[in-house]
Design a protein around this ligand. Structure first.
Ligand SMILES: O=C(O)C1CCN(c2ccc(-c3cc(CO)ccc3Cl)cn2)CC1
Length: 323
């Protein structure tokens, strides 16, 4: 699947909330949060919504690549925290940047959203029907958490990151992927449930729009199932874990990533992390990390990179890319 990531970009809100500031808001502490999660800070919106973060990423991508908005065939936004169900966030971005030739739609695979969205975007290019695409992971999770609930509100943050994708004749692109869903465990990560009611039967289901998670359950799910999915993707690519130069995993929890590195017998240097600064930004987390690595010259031509997502659904995904 010959395609390449032409540009990367990220956008996080200015407002930084430290663990110590959360201590003023609820009964928690840096001494509780940091050792369990690896998180010290998170960025939280002040007046931006998801589409604003995504639009900033879109503008940076175009500026960095020299492409014009009209070059784009499609814009895909992966988010579990859209501005609204309608208009969908990708369409808002399309309007904001006046990409008149681009169709636009959102995907939602929660914290696997970057890998799933990258899979959808790359499939459009592999089909031969389209040549240039924009893919953005964007989240404002701060609107989905109950900021009185110390068990989850300390874990999440806001942010966006994205890539421009293009077909190429060069020997680079998507080598293999493995995507899986585990819907029977879906209750482990809940959020954004809105009331199901109508004039005829009144309220059908309770209204609790907030984030709830079975942290221990998700933790054991991730450490048990992610290695199997990643091994399947490596097998399809005809590669071993040693062949991968960088593993860009969803930035949910530092200990989970440490256990992945150990499971694959790989040094932590191959598993860069940045949740210390951003918390868990769901579909944006891998995109933000990719841009930080790209901008600091850590993604070199010829590198083999594994993208790994896991979380709500429950869902898991891994893609192996040749840069
Ligand atoms: O309470 C403890 O000691 C800890 C506190 C931190 N833990 C966790 C567990 C799971 C997640 C998580 C969440 C999502 C949702 O986006 C996706 C993917 C994951 Cl792996 C984040 N943190 C484990 C228990």
């Amino acid at each position: 699947e010959k395609m390449k990531i032409v540009a990367t970009a990220r956008q996080v809100p200015e407002r930084v909330v430290t663990n110590d500031e959360l201590t003023d808001l609820m009964d928690t502490s840096d001494e509780w949060i940091y050792p369990r999660t690896g998180i010290h800070n998170r960025h939280v919106v002040t007046d931006e919504n998801t589409s604003d973060l995504a639009t900033s990423v879109a503008e940076k991508l175009l500026a960095e690549s020299g492409w014009s908005a009209n070059d784009l065939d499609f814009i895909i936004v992966s988010t579990m925290s859209p501005d609204a169900l309608s208009p969908h966030t990708a369409a808002i971005v399309q309007g904001n940047i006046e990409a008149t030739n681009a169709f636009a739609f959102d995907v939602n695979a929660a914290c696997s959203g970057f890998v799933y969205g990258l899979s959808v975007a790359s499939a459009f290019l592999s089909s031969g029907r389209y040549q240039k695409g924009m893919f953005i992971g964007a989240e404002v999770l701060s609107k989905l958490v109950d900021w009185q609930d110390r068990t989850v509100s300390v874990l999440f943050g806001d942010g966006a990151g994205g890539v421009l994708l293009e077909k190429t004749e060069e020997q680079k692109g998507l080598l293999a992927e493995e995507l899986q869903a585990y819907g029977d465990s879906g209750e482990a990560i809940l959020t954004g449930r809105f009331a199901n009611k109508n004039a005829f039967v009144g309220e059908i289901s309770p209204l609790d729009p907030y984030f709830h998670q079975d942290g221990r359950g998700v933790y054991s799910f991730a450490t048990r199932e992610v290695p199997k999915v990643l091994n399947k993707a490596l097998e399809k690519a005809g590669l071993t874990a040693d062949d991968v130069d960088l593993y860009l995993a969803h930035q949910a929890n530092h200990r989970i990533i440490e256990s992945m590195a150990k499971n694959f017998g790989q040094p932590m240097e191959k598993f860069p992390t940045n949740m210390v600064e951003y918390g868990n930004t769901s579909a944006a987390s891998t995109a933000i990390l990719l841009d930080e690595l790209q901008k600091t010259g850590k993604i070199k031509p010829g590198m083999t990179v594994a993208f790994v997502g896991f979380g709500g659904g429950l869902a898991i995904g891994a893609q192996i890319w040749q840069f």
